[in-house]
Design a protein around this ligand. Structure first.
Ligand SMILES: [Zn+2]
Ligand SMILES: [Zn+2]
Length: 141
């Protein structure tokens, strides 16, 4: 596609859930918020795709958990792999980058919710950083 979107396959670690997605954004956002770090053990790296372009096989094996009223998070009931984040009433899934099969054309693009990042690491890869989803963080250097 001309807008830089990708056509990918992916799934959970155990293979009970598989998906095929077209229209996947190439740039990956890494979320540093407390919820994401609790749930995954560190950070939550996602791209996104319009829901109507994502075809899921084995969807019965997905557990959906609402960490907040705004969205629900889908992970494999069997192996625990995080797969999707679905804003309530939204038309896009955030798709976990690690669930997508390689090679895939993805690249790291930005850091979000950096104001609540863990105190045990620094973000020093030079990629853009944002408070929340989109408030640019100006460097103090
Ligand atoms: Zn699984
Ligand atoms: Zn988060």
């Amino acid at each position: 596609m001309s807008d830089g979107t990708l056509n990918v396959t992916g799934g959970c670690f155990c293979g009970k859930v598989r998906f095929h997605a077209t229209g996947v954004r190439a740039g990956v956002s890494e979320c540093h918020c407390t919820t994401c770090r609790k749930q995954t053990g560190h950070r939550y790296a996602t791209t996104s795709a319009p829901i109507d372009t994502v075809e899921i096989e084995g969807g019965d094996n997905i557990t959906w958990f609402s960490a907040s009223p705004e969205a629900r998070r889908g992970f494999c009931s069997s192996c625990g792999s995080h797969l999707f984040f679905e804003p309530v009433g939204g038309d896009h899934y955030a798709v976990l980058a690690g669930a997508i099969d390689a090679p895939n054309g993805l690249h790291m693009a930005r850091h979000i919710f950096v104001e609540s990042k863990g105190d045990y690491y620094e973000i020093d890869d030079g990629l853009p950083q944002f408070e929340g989803y989109d408030k640019p963080v100006t460097s103090s250097v």
